[in-house]
Design a protein around this ligand. Structure first.
Ligand code: FES
Length: 306
């Protein structure tokens, strides 16, 4: 993929796709072609001063547009609310980055794609590519309620599941042909469940690919005592719980959007302690802050400027 410094594009379409989800189509103002992208890639957009990353819905070696889907989140610091409430067709947006941290592995006998909620978006470009290459795949989308499901084309080898309990993950994984690869994107709980089920069935780690919303604990993580220096609160957080969820539960006001360490909305200044960064934000952009949605810290103490 070509490196991209910045690119000013125009909003050519803005369309509601499902409850709280809009799709944006961005084109070059003079109709020029855009740098190509591989399946699973994302772009970073400057949304009125907030930098947010969104998976591309379509990818390819040459693109005449970029399209992304934006979910309205309750506690947005401007990114998703700006897109939903202010951005209009004809407005200009700056693309700051084009990157891929969730790439498809070539030549697998079968790809099993599992998307939870808005986590389906990087899988859509994979579906497009696998169809073009006539490669075997199946897509499973999991949503809380039917109004939030992504409208999938008829005839696609895809199923929609309302609620996670309606999908038998161990049974699904056990039925895959040998050598299959699984790609899962969604909340940390879903990603963890897929990983656990696959590993229990003996799948090698290299065959399991994921992007998650929220924290996924490492075995070496230890409990944290987090001090919020502005509010004077002190909270205990156990490994496996996201710092972001713990902060919200404690009543701290902190923004968030993607919950998977890509948008930067939850970046919080670290006052003391040593963060273990698990986001995909460039260190220069992150500065002296950490993404509470996915990152952890060397225990036991961490102080945040909240
Ligand atoms: S909410 Fe997007 S990086 Fe944390």
């Amino acid at each position: 993929m070509e490196p991209l410094t910045s690119l000013d594009l125009v909003v050519a379409e803005k369309q509601a796709i499902a409850t709280d989800i809009v799709r944006l189509v961005l084109r070059h103002p003079e109709g020029q072609m855009l740098p190509g992208a591989e399946p699973g890639a994302h772009i970073a957009l400057d949304l009125d001063g907030c930098v947010r990353r969104y998976s591309l819905l379509h990818t390819g070696p040459a693109l005449d547009h970029y399209s992304v889907a934006v979910l309205r989140t309750a506690q947005s610091q401007g990114g998703s609310h700006f897109v939903h409430d202010q951005l209009a067709v004809g407005d200009q947006l700056r693309v700051l980055e084009l990157a891929n941290e969730f790439a498809l592995q070539p030549d697998a006998p079968h790809a099993l794609l599992i998307g939870g909620g808005i986590g389906i978006t990087p899988l859509l470009s994979m579906v497009e590519h696998l169809q073009q290459q006539e490669q075997s795949f199946a897509l499973h989308q999991i949503v809380h309620d039917a109004t939030r499901q992504w409208p999938l084309a008829p005839g696609l080898p895809a199923q929609t599941h309302i609620g996670r309990s309606s999908l038998d993950l161990p049974g699904l994984l056990a039925a895959q042909v040998p050598g299959s690869q699984v790609y899962v994107c969604g909340p940390a709980g879903l990603v963890g469940a897929v990983r656990a089920a696959a590993e229990q069935l003996g799948w090698a780690k290299e065959r399991i690919h994921s992007e998650s919303f929220g924290a996924a604990a490492n075995a070496s993580d230890s409990p944290l005592r987090v001090t919020l220096v502005q509010s004077g609160l002190s909270i205990d957080v156990e490994p496996g719980q996201s710092l972001l969820d713990a902060l919200l539960a404690a009543g701290a006001w902190t923004g968030y959007e993607c919950r998977r360490g890509v948008c930067g909305a939850c970046l919080t200044e670290v006052v003391s302690g040593t963060p273990i960064h698990r986001d995909s934000i460039a260190p220069a952009l992150r500065g002296n802050a950490m993404c509470t949605c996915v990152s952890w810290a060397e225990g036991p103490d961490l102080a945040l400027n909240l």
